[in-house]
Design a binder for this molecule. Structure first.
Ligand SMILES: Nc1ccn([C@H]2C[C@H](O)[C@@H](COP(=O)(O)O)O2)c(=O)n1
Ligand SMILES: [Zn+2]
Length: 164
C-alpha cells in the first residue's frame, strides 16, 4: 500500500491549529487563534482572544460599540499576545500562524519576542492605521509576513470514535 497523498502540509497543519484554538474564544463577533512554531517545526505556544485570567467572560462586556469602558476593546487580550505569553520556550527565529493579520500592539510584542515570520489568513483590516503601523514596524525590523493561500479550504475533524 502506498503512502497517503491527501495529508495536510506544514502550513495547513499549523494554521489549522491556530484556527482550532480560536474556537475556544468567547468573543461573539471575531474568534482569532494563534500558533507559534520554532525552526524545528515544533509548536511552542498557542493562544486565542479572550479576557485576562480572573476577568469573567460573564461580567466583562463583549460589545463592539458604545462607551469605551462598556466595550471589549480595553479588556480583551489578543490571540498573538496570549500565544506569546503561553509559550514554553524562547521565541527567537519562530514563526507565528494567526487567522487575522496582527494589530500594531501585537506587532510590537511579536517583534520584541524574537519571532521572525508572521503567516496569516485574513487581512481584513488592511488600510487601517493600526494595520499600516504593523507593516511599517515589521518592514523596519525585518519580520517577514505572508498570507497563506491553503490548497485545502476546509480541514474536517471528527471526534466520533468510529472515525479513529
Ligand atoms: N490580530 C488580531 C486581531 C483581533 N483580535 C481580537 C480582538 C477582538 O477580540 C477581536 C476583534 O474584534 P472585532 O473588532 O473584529 O469585533 O479579535 C486578535 O486576537 N488578533
Ligand atoms: Zn493585536
Amino acid at each position: 500500500m502506498g503512502k497517503r497523498v491527501d495529508y495536510i502540509n506544514w502550513d495547513e497543519y499549523f494554521m489549522g491549529i491556530a484556527v482550532l484554538s480560536g474556537k475556544r474564544s468567547k468573543d461573539p463577533s471575531t474568534q482569532v487563534g494563534a500558533c507559534i512554531v520554532n525552526d524545528e517545526k515544533k509548536i511552542v505556544g498557542v493562544g486565542y482572544n479572550g479576557f485576562p485570567a480572573g476577568c469573567s467572560d460573564e461580567e466583562f462586556p463583549w460589545e463592539r460599540e458604545g462607551e469605551f469602558l462598556k466595550t471589549k476593546y480595553p479588556f480583551v487580550m489578543h490571540a498573538e499576545q496570549n500565544a506569546i505569553l503561553n509559550s514554553i520556550k524562547r521565541l527567537k527565529n519562530c514563526s507565528i500562524y494567526v487567522g487575522l493579520f496582527p494589530c500594531h500592539e501585537c506587532a510590537k510584542a511579536i517583534i520584541q519576542s524574537g519571532i521572525r515570520e508572521v503567516v496569516y489568513l485574513s487581512d481584513k483590516y488592511s488600510g487601517t492605521d493600526s494595520n499600516t503601523a504593523s507593516k511599517m514596524m515589521f518592514d523596519a525590523s525585518g519580520v517577514r509576513y505572508r498570507q497563506l493561500h491553503p490548497k485545502k479550504e476546509k480541514i474536517e475533524i471528527s471526534l466520533n470514535i468510529e472515525d479513529i
